[in-house]
Design a protein around this ligand. Structure first.
Ligand code: PBG
Length: 350
């Protein structure tokens, strides 16, 4: 750094036409390849999949062109394809048949995700299977855990009705994590932003003998408008209120580092920042402060807006998708959860 500055300084003093010409390095495609600082690889990607009950289902998600809700029999083939393209991991989201107040299907050993994990592990044992650990898909109220309700077991008169109860939710998160680990999940990824979720899941897993199962924490998850299409895809919009009482304010950065510090102390093996593109400064700050593997989630709305603009002919889909993925890696992410995973793996290896 210093030597370039000194050189620039002497150029200015001499008043020469500049001898340093960055464009020299851009002259040919081969030169550009040689000096490229950030390279995308299929290894970087984690492919999110939505799984529902039924047979022979591959149902398009309207707001996410090219993405589907899959039945278990059909998703297995998709996972095989992804693995053959070099993608090392999938993250699974379940759409249960029945939703209830406590999200029972999330910890039912025969629930949609435990069954999907077993089928995928049977067919493609090498694929890393990540289980998104949250209750919003499974509860009838659409919130990420147990809510405060008069007359219910955990009712707390000091908290308002409808408030998401932290500690009772932790118990269920630990219980469901054990069930998913038993089914074969390699990584549990808690995404509900409950205080203490990493510690609760870690001790639950360890207590049940799953000390080799990894915890990838959605450590920094913002209350974002960019989750819009996901809520259609996973059929999980909150039935009242929003998630600002547990997800983070998009305006806050110091608080993000505090969230990460807690998760690291509680034993997280991997960290995540979500969404990605509007939060690249956060990705960069977490990368600089912690040495754990770091993931960033290019969420449904980021995917949808690139598709929508491309469908209008306003931007080029492949170019802009790859540009965003590169920027996320450049900012410091080691792994990118992206709905573009499969296509991007093809684009960059062709
Ligand atoms: C579950 C969860 C959400 C997403 C991932 N896990 C939704 C939410 O918090 O509302 C969003 C992913 C996306 O938008 O692609 N808590």
């Amino acid at each position: 750094m210093t030597s370039i500055n000194n050189e620039l300084q002497s150029e200015i003093e001499i008043g020469n036409s500049p001898r340093i010409r960055p464009r020299r390095l851009r002259r040919t495609p081969a030169l550009r390849r040689m000096v490229q600082e950030t390279k995308l690889s299929p290894d970087d990607f984690i492919y999110p999949l939505f799984i529902r009950h039924g047979k022979d289902i591959q149902q398009p998600i309207r707001s996410m062109p090219g993405q589907f809700q899959w039945s278990i029999d059909r998703v297995v083939g998709e996972v095989k394809t992804a693995y053959s393209l070099g993608i090392p991991a999938v993250v699974l989201f379940g759409i249960p048949e029945i939703k209830d107040a406590c999200g029972t299907e999330n910890y039912n050993p025969n629930g949609i995700i435990p069954n999907a994990i077993r089928a995928i592990k049977d067919a493609v044992p090498e694929m890393t299977v990540i289980s998104d650990m949250c209750f919003c898909e499974y509860t009838d109220h659409g919130h990420c855990g147990i809510i405060n309700q008069r007359g219910e077991e955990h009712y707390d008169a000091h908290l308002p009705e409808g408030y998401l109860l932290n500690d009772p939710t932790l118990e269920l998160l630990a219980q469901a994590s054990i069930v998913h680990a038993e089914a074969g999940a390699d990584i549990i990824a808690p995404s509900g932003m409950m205080d203490g979720m990493v510690g609760a899941i870690r001790s639950g897993l360890d207590g049940a003998g799953f000390d080799s199962v990894i915890v990838m924490s959605y450590a920094v998850k913002y209350a974002s408008g960019f989750y819009g299409p996901f809520r259609e895809a996973a059929e999980s919009p909150p039935q009242f209120g929003d998630r600002s009482e547990y997800q983070m304010d998009p305006a806050n950065k110091r608080e993000a580092l505090k969230e990460v510090a807690l998760d690291v102390a509680e034993g997280a093996d991997m960290l995540m920042v979500k969404p990605a593109l509007p939060y690249l400064d956060i990705v960069s700050a977490v990368r600089q402060t912690y040495d754990l593997p770091l993931a960033a989630y290019q969420v449904s709305g980021e995917y949808a807006m690139i598709h929508a603009a491309a469908a209008n002919g306003w931007i080029d889909l492949q170019r802009c998708a790859l540009e965003t993925l590169t920027s996320i890696k450049r900012a410091g992410a080691d792994m990118i959860l992206s709905y573009f995973a499969k296509e991007a793996a093809q684009w960059i290896t062709r």
